[in-house]
Write a protein that binds this ligand. Structure first.
Ligand SMILES: [Zn+2]
Length: 76
């Protein structure tokens, strides 16, 4: 249910789709708008869609994907 809810959310600024960051090694989750380069926090499973609460991700590299990629054949 939570995932469904998060999937329905859009960026409050540009109304664009949000990327759900869920790093496996930490409990912290974020909803990221790549257009605005902002990451909105998810606290206790509740997304905080406030611009003032969002952090800038301007110069950060993207996190590892939420779902592991299927192991590609090693061509090398
Ligand atoms: Zn946006």
């Amino acid at each position: 249910m939570e995932t469904r809810l998060l999937d329905l959310l859009v960026c409050p600024l540009c109304k664009g789709p949000l990327d759900h960051w869920r790093p496996p090694h930490q409990e912290r989750q974020e909803l990221v708008c790549h257009a605005d380069r902002l990451a909105f926090p998810v606290r206790d499973g509740i997304p905080v869609m406030l611009e003032g609460e969002a952090r800038s991700i301007g110069n950060e590299p993207p996190p590892p994907p939420v779902f592991p990629k299927p192991s590609a054949p090693d061509a090398a």
